[in-house]
Design a protein around this ligand. Sequence first.
Ligand SMILES: [Zn+2]
Length: 297
Amino acid sequence: MIGNPVPWPDGARCAVSFTFDMDAESILQLAHPQRAHSMVSSASMLRYGPDVAVPRILESYRHYGIRQTFFVPAWCAERYPYAVEAMVRDGHEVSAHGYVHEHPNELSDAEERHWLRHSLAVLEAISGEPPAGWRAPLYNFSHRSAELLLEAGVRYDASLMGDDVPYLLQTARGRLIELPSHWAMDDWPPFMHSIDLNFQMPIQSPAGAWQIWWDEFEAMWEFGGLWVPVWHPFLSGRLARWRMSHAMIGRMLERGRVWFAPMRDIATHVERCIADGRWSPRVETNPGGPKRQPDAT
Ligand SMILES: [Zn+2]
């Protein structure tokens, strides 16, 4: 069913990368810049991410001996450097996710370049290594994001939804690796409920949410795909949900022939497969849509 499944390492049937976007209160700051400081209950819900959920998630990863990926807005890395340091200490990847979760496709050319460069520099200073990848806040990848990422030395993007396996975005500056996911793999629809953040969903049980994610996993395992959940510590790191996810990681490992890897390692593997001719990616030639004039600003 997949036209060009990737030859994953050691005969694995699929690649798995749990990706957590540690947004913390950045999304509250962005939505309510004047009032965020007094929205204490919402702030506490979001701060649960770095302070309670991240240590719990790291403990599970240590238990299973896997390394995965966190996308962190640089503003959150400045506020919670100990969370980022704990991720790095355990060998996990820390990649970029905006400065204060600003939406690239609502910015001017100059603003998008500025905030991308600034967020990469801040994150590198705190994590100790240049971020290999980027996910656009709220998937708001702009028509210029791919080129700006290549210009800044970022090796992969994880914002788009255009395939079941990695693919390439062709730009005037060269090709960017896309490691796609999609909304069914996101934990906002089953778990997010916040009046302050204007997103109110009927909350699902952990088993209900996992039914969707496990169906996706079965399909990716059968056909050679890439399974990338887009989760948030303040949602999926809550106790009952993470208890279930901890058990499901064990179930995936028992299934066998699953390659757990940070996204940067998946990007490196894909680069190697392309270089030695073992795999031909699909190339998206016009990721930004029809050509347009640069912004006046
Ligand atoms: Zn986010």
